[in-house]
Design a protein. Structure first.
Length: 364
C-alpha cells in the first residue's frame, strides 16, 4: 500500500475509556485512522481553551490521512462529560489511559509497538508542554502551537478576564496567593524534565496567548539534560493566535512522522515533580496535584531521594516486584513507610513525610 496516498478513514467518535487515576470516571476521545494498512502510530490531539474534542475533528482527520491513529481527546469535564477540569493537573494522566485504551480496543488501528506523539494548540499547546515534562518517557515527539507555559503569567496578563474565569475555578482565584498551585500546572516548571524532541511555533502578534509564553518555555528548556534534542523553536512575525494550517500543519505532520524512536529514561537524574511524575519504570506523586517537589533517583542502585516542602505524604510506584524497601539514614523524625502493596504489576509504597526529605532504597 502507498502510505503517502490519501486514505479512507475509519472513524470511531466519542469512544469511552476509563481513568486509571479515578476508575469510576469515564473519559472520551475520537479514534480516527486509515482503515487499511495499519496499525498506525498513535497521535494525541489536545483541544484549545474553552473548547472540546468537536473543535479538533477536522484536524484529526488531517493527521489520520497522513498515517496516524489520531486520538482526539476530550479533556475531563468538557463537552458535557463528567470529571473536574484542573488545567494540567490529573487530566495530564488521561492521555496515557487514552493510548492504552486505543491499543486495547482498536489493535488494527493503533500500533502497540510504536511510541505516541502529541500535538496541541493554545490551551492544548499548554497540555503538550506539561505532558512532555510530567510523563517524560511517554512520547517520541511533540508539537506545541501558541501554547500556555506559565499560568500565573497568563492570569496576570489577561486583564479582560476571558481566560481567568476558568483558571480561577480550576486552579485558584489568585496566583499571587497560590503561586505553587499555578506553577505546578505550568509546562515551564517541568521543562527541564523533557526528553523527547519538541517543536514550538508561536505567532508574535498573538493577542490570546502572548509570545512571551513561548519565550518563557524556551528559557526554562535550557535546563534539559545533556543529550536531549534541542528545542525546535520558531516565531512567526505578524501572525496572531490562529496559525495558518497551510503550510504549518503539514510541516507538523512530517516532523512527528519522522520521530519514530522511543526516548530512553536515564538511570540517574534529577526531576521536577509537579503534582506527579510518571514514567514506564516508576511514578511519584504528592498528596495534592498543586504541589512542587523534586526527585533524585538512581535506578541502578535502587535509590530515591524525595523532597516536597508542602506535602504531608507521597506515593511511589515501582514497576514489578520489589523487596525490603526502607528509609535510609538519616531518617527524618516524621518520615515513615505507611504501607507496601502490589497493584497490577506495580509495587506501591505510601510514605509519610510532612515536608521532610525521604531517602528510599529497595531490592529487586
Amino acid at each position: 500500500m502507498n502510505r503517502s496516498a490519501p486514505k479512507e478513514l475509519a472513524e470511531h467518535l466519542l469512544v469511552s475509556f476509563p481513568s486509571s487515576e479515578q476508575p469510576l470516571l469515564s473519559l472520551f476521545m475520537d479514534v480516527l485512522a486509515p482503515a487499511h494498512g495499519g496499525p498506525w502510530p498513535p497521535l494525541l490531539l489536545f483541544h484549545g481553551w474553552h473548547q472540546d474534542l468537536t473543535s479538533q475533528r477536522e484536524r484529526a482527520r488531517f493527521f489520520a490521512r497522513r498515517g496516524f491513529c489520531a486520538l482526539n481527546l476530550n479533556l475531563r469535564g468538557r463537552c458535557g462529560t463528567v470529571g473536574q477540569p484542573d488545567a494540567n493537573g490529573w487530566e495530564i494522566r488521561d492521555p496515557v489511559d487514552a493510548v492504552a485504551a486505543a491499543r486495547r480496543f482498536f489493535p488494527r488501528l493503533c500500533a502497540a509497538n510504536l511510541p505516541p506523539r502529541a500535538f496541541g494548540a493554545s490551551g492544548g499547546g499548554g497540555n503538550v508542554y506539561a505532558l512532555t515534562g510530567k510523563c517524560p518517557d511517554f512520547l517520541s515527539a511533540a508539537v506545541a502551537w501558541c501554547g500556555v507555559s506559565d499560568y500565573a503569567q497568563w492570569h496576570e496578563w489577561n486583564e479582560k478576564g476571558n481566560y481567568r474565569d476558568e483558571m480561577d475555578k480550576w486552579i485558584a482565584p489568585n496566583p499571587r496567593e497560590a503561586a505553587e498551585a499555578y506553577r505546578s500546572r505550568s509546562g515551564a516548571a517541568v521543562a527541564p524534565n523533557r526528553l523527547c524532541p519538541l517543536s514550538v511555533l508561536h505567532g508574535v502578534a498573538d493577542d490570546s496567548v502572548p509570545v512571551a509564553q513561548a519565550r518563557a518555555y524556551a528559557e526554562a528548556a535550557k535546563g534539559v539534560a545533556r543529550g536531549v534534542p534541542p528545542l525546535e523553536y520558531h516565531e512567526l512575525p505578524g501572525v496572531g493566535h490562529d496559525i495558518p494550517e497551510d503550510p504549518h500543519l503539514g510541516h507538523a505532520a512530517e516532523y512527528l512522522l519522522k520521530q519514530r524512536k522511543p526516548v530512553t529514561l536515564p538511570q540517574r537524574g534529577h526531576w521536577v515533580v509537579a503534582g506527579f511524575l510518571k514514567t514506564h519504570y516508576f511514578e511519584v506523586r504528592w498528596d495534592h496535584v498543586g504541589l512542587i517537589g523534586s526527585l533524585d533517583m538512581d535506578l541502578r542502585r535502587k535509590k530515591f531521594h524525595l523532597l516536597c516542602p508542602n506535602s504531608a505524604a507521597a506515593q511511589v510506584r515501582i514497576a514489578g516486584m520489589v523487596s525490603e524497601p526502607e528509609l535510609t539514614e538519616p531518617v527524618a523524625r516524621n518520615a515513615r513507610i505507611l504501607s507496601v502493596r502490589e497493584e497490577r504489576g506495580w509495587t506501591v509504597l505510601d510514605l509519610q513525610c510532612y515536608g521532610e526529605p525521604l531517602a528510599l532504597r529497595w531490592k529487586a
